[in-house]
Design a protein. Sequence first.
Length: 79
Amino acid sequence: MNLKILTQKEFENEIKKLVKEKFPITTLDAVLLFCEQKGLEVETAASLITPRMKAAIENDAIKARMIVSTKARLPIDED
């Protein structure tokens, strides 16, 4: 395997490019597609995910109702 992705920034740019080319595709799906295309283990890709990519993956999951938002909310009293 000849993988030339060396930094997190380069990895992030490749994932952004995939998201734009394959729209509508989520960031997580783009990471998985990239791994499949390049023969890269998902565990290896996990170490390349930047905080910005992690936030995009979390936002995609919230939109798909796969997880609940962790943002603080004010309590609403229902008396």
